[in-house]
Design a protein around this ligand. Structure first.
Ligand code: F3S
Length: 387
């Protein structure tokens, strides 16, 4: 790979963190055949929850942060607890103190304390064509597909290395040739609510990889967010196009590619595969974390349906600004609003073993990460259903 003089200097004479970051990015670039490193305008890092990174991750971050300072805007994924209300979440003291050391390490590095998987809805929103380096599969697929920004699906370490150097290897979805559709998807179903998440998960399983061009669906940003999160959960797909909705769909050449169809019965089957519990003790909303519009929808729903089980709502603390009224309404109906974390990366299993959720990603990760069982259903149905 061709490095500029400045990049060579960073590789050989940078701080320990800069050298390590450059080594990682150059190795990655060589594996994937990148000819050079390119600048990125923002980075989103995953690997901030102590539940996920554990002792090894904590030690790495503490050591790395001694010499690491981010060079570009760097936002960070959810932590393992609400930074202000962790004791009411029954988080053990030991977990909390380790989690706080991780927070301190990111702080030292100069990362923004977002603790959120929806950076694009709280201000880190790259423009069309901007090169970024984002970890968190649901965020990377959103950046590519809905915003038209360019990122590969980074892992926590490679995204952090991009934060420290401001660079990423130029391969994969940074290149025009890899952004064209590889398959066309006709959706013969009218979608609402959680069905976007089911559709995403189903398509991921069906296609595995590539770039689908999806036709015949209509949805707003939050629906596309849910669909992308579902798709990224069950596949390597990190870019999709939607006819008439996403910014690059018109530039995509579709002649000669195969077409697949998705019907209502495919979605029913997807639901059946994801359902691991008939009952639930708690409803968790917010995988991905909720936007202002989604917080308002939950508030409306709670006022209409009076849920029979506790409702926990996960969002970013930054999202709360401007959503005070919705949050107040959720709390007035007995709901718990949690910031800085998410249903999967906090030890929610200390509170509930069977969880109701409208998210396909939650239906996969809660069982995988914590052995919890999930009743997946539409939000309205979850609120109504008897225990
Ligand atoms: Fe976000 Fe956690 Fe789901 S990071 S996408 S809420 S697993």
């Amino acid at each position: 790979m061709d490095l500029t003089r400045d990049q060579e200097r960073l590789l050989t004479h940078g701080t320990a963190a800069e050298r390590k970051s450059m080594e990682l990015l150059v190795a990655l670039g060589e594996v994937y055949g990148a000819s050079r490193l390119i600048p990125v305008t923002s980075v989103h890092v995953s690997g901030a929850s102590y539940k996920i990174v554990g002792e090894a991750g904590l030690e790495f971050l503490e050591e790395f942060s001694q010499t690491a300072r981010v060079k570009v805007r760097t936002t960070v994924n959810p932590l393992g607890m609400d930074l202000q209300a962790w004791s009411s979440m029954r988080i053990p003291e030991d977990f909390a103190s380790r989690q706080l050391r991780i927070v301190e390490a990111y702080r030292r590095m100069g990362a923004e304390e977002t603790w959120s998987c929806i950076p694009y809805q709280i201000g880190n929103r790259p423009a069309m064509g901007e090169h970024v380096a984002w970890a968190e599969s649901s965020a990377a697929i959103f950046a590519n597909s809905v915003l038209g920004a360019r990122t590969n699906r980074e892992g926590g370490p490679s995204a952090l290395a991009s934060g420290i150097t401001g660079l990423t290897p130029n391969y994969g979805l940074h290149l025009d040739k890899n952004r064209t559709a590889t398959i066309r998807v006709r959706v013969i179903a009218s979608l609402s609510g959680y069905e976007f998440s089911l559709l995403g998960h189903h398509l991921g399983k069906l296609l595995g990889s590539g770039v689908p061009l999806i036709e015949d669906i209509k949805g707003q940003e939050d629906e596309l967010k849910a669909m992308g999160a579902g798709m990224a959960t069950s596949s390597d797909i990190t870019l999709y196009h939607v006819k008439g909705l996403t910014p690059e769909w018109e530039t995509v050449e579709v002649s000669g590619i195969e077409t697949v169809e998705v019907t209502e019965s495919d979605l029913e089957e997807a639901k059946a595969q994801l359902l691991s519990a008939e009952h639930y003790e708690l409803i968790a909303f917010g995988c991905p974390q909720l936007s202002r519009r989604e917080l308002e929808e939950v508030a409306d729903l709670m006022e209409r349906e009076e849920p029979r089980v506790p409702v926990w709502v996960f969002t970013s603390r930054l999202m709360a600004k401007g959503a005070e009224r919705a949050i107040q309404r959720i709390r007035a109906m007995g709901g718990t609003v949690v910031f800085d974390t998410c249903p999967e990366v906090t030890p929610l299993d200390l509170i509930a073993h069977e969880v109701g959720s409208p998210s396909a990603k939650a239906a996969v990760y809660l069982p995988a990460l914590s052995g919890q069982r999930v009743h997946i259903a539409d939000s309205k149905e979850l609120m109504r259903k008897e225990r």
